[in-house]
Design a protein around this ligand. Structure first.
Ligand code: ZN
Length: 409
């Protein structure tokens, strides 16, 4: 039986399927994607699953329940990575799912559902800039406009599909119907410090936050840096600086999280007062209502501050995703699973990061189990999880699957 130590070893083994010898990067429809799928399929078969790769490059395995053809409980995560990634974001959830199926063994034949394990092919969006393509295909929300997306080398998604041996015209075959699925369960490293701070191995997820992103432009007037006295200056960068500290102050005083990740100043000369500053804002919260109320408060205050400096504020919303709520009945099973590990009062937390559940949640109920990670570090080679936490996670997932079956009986 696959132990927690072996789960960690398998995650490390997948590191070898990387585009670079010295650091991990595995992107959608690459040779490394194919190799990782093959390795995972091999583990799946050893765990008694029948395997296939779907029409969007997702790796799947299935074991039938008490009769063939029952709707499936889908358990998994993703196998693609960011550039210079750690070994666990995504992979841990896939490898744990395989291990849990192996632990359940012949007991699956008594369950009122089939069990499927999935390794989604594209969650991070590293290659084509659009995230969640694997799970969007499985959810039947594939976007036909994506075919013309290009990677850094100019290869379109359409050609990458063909190079990988997939037929773009058949991508719709990856879509699952709601009646084929019982729900989707994902284990994932927390990618934050809250479980560690609470000294907890595991947590359950309440919602997956949906971000709103904006491009804000503060427009003033570019003039001579020496010759223009303060009362006559309309310095766009000072206005933007004030806006950025306002964003941080308001977000800090709330449960929202806001980030300004880039700024561009025009004309960008040492001896010219900035005439314009463009900056980004990424805003997340547990619920869309909280997030939207925070944006209203931020934009009103920034607008007032700009007006008092005779600056113009322009706002373009560049991205908006709704948050995805984990289903209470499925989360209840995860909570029972965590309790079975000896944690009497499992911690619930909202996911600040996006996950495949946001996409697959369009066709089935979802729930997530978070596993503590070292120092909240993720999207970085220093990503680390403890064996004892993975062991607890395997116990929790196994109990959760049995709790789901009990609830359906
Ligand atoms: Zn992930």
């Amino acid at each position: 039986m696959t132990t927690a130590a072996e789960v960690l070893a398998r995650c490390a083994e997948l590191d070898r399927y990387s585009a670079h010898p010295t650091h991990l990067e595995r992107v959608y429809l690459s040779p490394q994607h194919a190799a990782a799928n093959a390795a995972v399929a091999d583990w799946m078969e050893k765990a008694g699953l029948r395997t296939w790769q779907d029409a969007a490059g997702n790796q799947l395995g299935r074991r039938e329940g008490r009769e063939p053809g029952l709707p499936a409980l889908l358990i998994g995560s993703h196998l693609d990575t960011v550039p210079d990634a750690g070994s666990y974001d995504g992979m841990l959830g896939v490898v744990m799912a395989v291990a849990v199926v192996e632990r359940l063994g012949d007991r699956i034949a008594d369950l009122p559902f089939a069990v499927e394990v999935v390794g989604f092919s594209d969650e991070e969006g590293t290659r084509f800039g659009t995230a969640l393509m694997g799970s969007r295909a499985a959810a039947g929300t594939w976007d036909e406009d994506w075919w013309e997306l290009r990677d850094k080398s100019g290869t379109t998604l359409y050609s990458a599909f063909r190079d990988f041996g997939l037929d773009p015209r058949r991508v719709g075959e990856a879509a699952r119907r709601p009646e084929e699925l019982v729900g989707y369960l994902e284990a994932h490293i927390e990618q934050g410090p809250y479980l560690e701070a609470a000294d907890a191995s595991l947590g359950h997820v309440t919602t997956i936050a949906g971000a709103r992103r904006f491009k804000l432009s503060v427009v003033g007037e570019a003039r001579h840096a020496g010759g223009t006295p303060y009362p006559r200056r309309r310095d766009a960068l000072v206005g933007a600086a004030e806006a950025i500290t306002t964003i941080e102050r308001l977000a800090r005083a709330s449960d929202c999280i806001a980030t300004v990740g880039r700024i561009e100043v025009m004309p960008g000369a040492v001896n010219v007062i900035p005439g314009r500053a463009d900056f980004s804002l990424d805003l997340r919260a547990e619920s869309d209502q909280e997030r939207d109320a925070m944006w209203e408060a931020m934009s009103a205050e920034i607008e007032r501050a700009c007006a008092s400096r005779r600056l113009e504020l322009r706002v373009v919303e560049t991205h908006r995703a709704p948050s995805m709520r984990c289903a209470p009945w499925l989360t209840d099973a995860v909570v029972q699973g965590i309790r079975a590990t000896g944690d009497a009062d499992p911690m619930g937390l909202w996911s600040r990061a996006g996950h495949d559940g946001m996409a697959i949640g369009a066709v089935t109920d979802i729930a997530m189990l978070f596993v503590r990670c070292f120092d909240g570090i993720s999207h970085h080679p220093a990503e680390a999880v403890r064996e004892v936490d993975v062991a607890a996670g395997l116990d929790a997932l196994e109990h959760a699957v049995l709790a789901i079956a009990k609830g359906m009986a």
